[in-house]
Every structure is written in structure tokens, then in C-alpha cells.
Design a protein around this ligand. Sequence first.
Ligand code: ADP
Ligand code: TPW
Ligand code: MG
Length: 591
Amino acid sequence: MSTATALKVHPEEAALAPIPDAAVQAEPELTDGFHLVIDALKLNGIETIYGVPGIPITDLGRMCQAEGIRVISFRHEQNAGNAAAIAGFLTKKPGICLTVSAPGFLNGLTALANATTNCFPMILISGSSEREIVDLQQGDYEEMDQLAIAKPLCKAAFRVLHAEDIGIGVARAIRAAVSGRPGGVYLDLPAKLFGQVLDAAKGEASLVKVIDAAPEQIPAPSAVKRALDLLKSAKKPLIILGKGAAYAQADDDIRELVERSGIPYIPMSMAKGLLPDNHPLSAGAARSTVLKDSDVVLLLGARLNWLLSHGKGKQWGEPGSKKFIQVDIEPREMDSNVEIAAPLVGDIGSVVKVLLAGIDSSWPGVPSDWTSTINAKKEANISKMAAKLGKNASPMDFHGALGALKQVIKERPDAILVNEGANTLDLARGVIDMYQPRKRLDVGTWGVMGIGMGFAIAAAVETGKPVLAVEGDSAFGFSGMEVETICRYNLPVCIVIFNNNGIYRGTDVDPTGRDPGTTVFVPGSRYDKMMEAFGGVGVNVTTPDELKRAVDAAMDSGKPTLINAEIDPEAGSESGNIGSLNPQSVVKKKK
Ligand code: ADP
Ligand code: TPW
Ligand code: MG
């Protein structure tokens, strides 16, 4: 029995005179809801919780800490939730976010929904008010029907009403989060549950250790044959690696599949580094060519959503010119946007293994005119880009600053790069090469701003590696208060703010002259001072050389650092690379 369950409670302790020793011996050992939650999490290998304390979970956090679970306390639940979500992505174990009721729960909910959208396994555990009062809407403290609200925004939502069901509740939440397509799960724990007392032996027996939480799923041989036949028939094959492939942690087999088949590949943003970006078969620098001209495309853990233009349209060349093989754990992903000629439903680790078995002596290889077309395009694009990156000008533009950061990651390939913003995101994704799997963490499927500090904190906590967070000045503002958290836990996080005085650009004006333009911030802001306020290191830089020196110093020291990089306010473009998604008014305003 763990120390947590070995709690001795005498129901009338306070009212009684000292109890003779013999009577204490006879008392049954008791446990309660608090201890059972902690024991259930520990039994299932949960080592870290991200959250914000308050009624009714303050003591739960304290007791978790006392019991050896690491508790990282944040300044806002959304950041704690984002931390939990990315912890799930990095470890394949559900990341846990712990919040108070109604407002804290709602603050965490955006992160839960984002985790579900991105297929990150996460459990949001929120305390809640008394069921009887909530259901009659009698105005309890932080009253809200949280279970009903969470349900449409996550994979599964559960509530535990009886302490003896905590074990099952936690087990269900874990299995729902990590099995099949991973995602967010909500677990509702009403305040009353924590104080419910139970015989300790009965409590311990009620705990459930989840066995094989994400079972292997192997596709049928006929589906594998269909896919291999199609792949072998290709004249211009292409592999697209998505973040599902990064999540699967089948790194060696994925690399083997690419190298043995000789098929060129492009990585989606968070799949960068699965194979190093300077790999000879990377077609990242010839992306538009390969999307347009390929004939058979193998999707490995990547959805044909907006990020791939839904698999159709101009970007994909002539209609009907393409056949898709899709590997995904979620059967309903097949044919979601276009016809999938060869669906391979299973977990990526298992599927890649069976595909590899089929890349044998019968494998025809990849026609050399396809690879040489790609290589020519790549070389042209890479040398065009190199010219932009070498400038050491002041004021800096994005490319100048990114040239310096590209070099940092090249020299420190095990550092984790967190990235959000518009221009800051789109340009960094293209410029900064990644060399190792799961080292690039960004805004993902929704393009959501605000993941920065939560992701950076969890990346440092979960991996112990140095983190470089490259943040647009607007993007940073969504989670910026967590610099205090970074200092408090003394995490090796170096934040670089690309400070161009605003969203996209720092040049907007209010045509009436009354207020600042809607996309601009205080000119010349010094975000570095924020870090200094909490004992971290703040640096202001104006050239790429200064930037490189400051980042190197931060990474060498491991000290929490924020570098305010002054970027030309004129340098960016509206919405970065996705300006075309912006609706434009066609109506001229009447005078
Ligand atoms: P990207 O944004 O990088 O293109 P997406 O998030 O669109 O990636 O797609 C990831 C896909 O990977 C999802 O459809 C998800 O179901 C799938 N997936 C996640 N984990 C696994 C796994 N272990 N095996 C197979 N597919 C997975
Ligand atoms: C939760 C809309 C997309 S990008 C962005 C916003 C506000 C900020 C861009 O400015 P930044 O980058 O970060 O300074 P840069 O380099 O171009 O100047 N709210 C949420 N998510 C999104 N995506 C938005 C708003 C948006
Ligand atoms: Mg900006």
C-alpha cells in the first residue's frame, strides 16, 4: 500500500478524549477521494501535473507534490492546458491539467479543444460545484454544468460521483485520451468527492492500472498489398510526413522507409526533423513542385485539411492526376476530403513495419528523372534563400534574424524550438532546419496564438533539453505572464521576441486619427524588461550578430532569458503566408 492510502482517520476524533492505544490499533485504515485520485494517477505513471490552484483542488495539488508528483503551477489555466497537451504529444502519455471550477475550467477548455483538434492526448481535470445545486441552478459558488459544456469539445468526458469509482474514472480518461486517435478528455471531480472516506483496502482494490493503453493496430494484408501495389506503380511518388508520424515515435522505421524506398518526402511543420531537413530525400525546398507534379502520395499521419489545401485545387496540379495512400489510426479520416485509393488504417509504428517488409527485391525504385527534377528545384530555391539570410542589417528584417537562429539550431540540434506568430511563424518554419524528431512545436492545426509559454515550459520540464521559443510580439502577449513561471522553476528557456511593433506589421493607423491602428502596439516596447522583473536575463538586440550572441549565451547558461529582437515594422506581410484566407470587403464605403 502506498503512503497516500495509509491514512488513519477517526470519525469523531476532535470530540473525543485521548484514545487508548489499543483502540487506535483497532481502527480500520481509511483513505479518501484526494488520496485515491493521487494513487490512481501514480499507479498509471503520471509524474507531472500542470495547473492553477484554488477551490476545490488546492489541497489536491499540495498533496500531489507531497506524494512526489511534480506540480507546475501556472498563472493562467490556458497555458497550463497547453503545457499538458504538448507533454502528451512529447511523451505519448496523457498530459494532465488541473483547474478549479467554472472560470478556471473554461480557461483550460480552449487548450483541451486545441489538444483534441491536434490529436494530442490530454486530460483536463477540473473540480466542480455540488451537483444538487448545479442541476437545480440554485447559484452555487462557481456554478456551471461543466460536463455538458466540455462534451462537444473533446473526445470523451466523464464525471466521478463516488470515491470508489475514482480508479475506473481515471482509467477511462487515460484510455480515451491515448487509444485510437489521441485527443483531449475531460474528467469532472465534484468538490464533495475529495472528502469521501473509504476503507483503505477497498480503496486500493478499486484502483485500475491501464494495461496496453494504446494497443497496436495492424492493417489487413489485403490493404497493405493494395497500398504497396499502388506505390510500386508510381512514377513520381511522394511521402508526406505529418505530426501523427512524429507522435508515433517510430523514428527509425520511418527513416528506413524513406531511405530504402528512395521516395522524396516533405514534412508538415511539426514533423520537421523526423528525418533531418538537410536529408538528400527531403523535398521541403521544392514543396510546390512535388505537390503539383507527384502521381502517388503516401500520407503518413497527416490530414488533408486546409494545411494541404484539402488535397485538391491548383496546388495539387491537374484534377485526377493524383492517387493517395493514407496511413492513419482513425478510419473516418479516409475520404474526408478526396478519394483515398489505398487506405491503411492502423498505428504508424505497425503500418510502417509492414510496409518496410514489402520494400524488398521487388521494389522498382524511384525513376531518376523525378528525383533530378526535384533536386534542381531544391538547389535553386535554397540558393535564393541563402542570399536573404546572410544580411547583418539593422533594422533587422525577418530573414536576417532567422539566419542567425537557423545557425543556432544547426549547432544545437537537440534544442526544442517553439514557434508562434504570423510572419514569425511562417518564415521560421521555412528557414530553420530541424535535425531531430519532435523538436519543433508550434501552433498546429488551428494556427492558435498563445501556445508559446505553455509549450516551452512543458518541453523543458518533460525533456530537460534547452528550449528556444521564437515568438511574434503579438503571439507572445497571449501567454507572456508565464515568464514568471519560467523564472520560478528556473527553466532553460530562451524566448526571442520578433518585435515588429504589432500583428503582421507595426505600421497600421486609425484613419480617423483617434486611436492607435488595430494591429499595432506601443512602439519600441522592451519585452526584455519583463524577464528582468522576475530575476531572469533580459537582452535587447538590433542586429543578427547580436541576436546570435545573446541566444548562445542563454543556451550556454541555461538561465531563463528573454531577447527583444527589434524587427523593422515594415518587414512583415498581412497574415504571413496565409493572407489569401483573409476575406476582403468589396463594398466601397459611402461618403
Ligand atoms: P499535420 O498537421 O502535421 O499534417 P495532422 O494533425 O493533420 O498532422 O494529422 C495527424 C494525423 O495522425 C491524425 O489524423 C491522427 O489520427 C493521426 N495519428 C496520430 N497518431 C497516430 C498513430 N500513432 N498512428 C497512426 N495515425 C496517427
Ligand atoms: C487565439 C489571429 C494570427 S497571427 C496573430 C494573430 C493575432 C499574431 C501575429 O502577430 P505576431 O507575428 O505574433 O506579432 P508577426 O511576426 O506577423 O508580427 N487569436 C488566436 N489565434 C489567432 N490565430 C489569432 C487570434 C492571429
Ligand atoms: Mg509582430
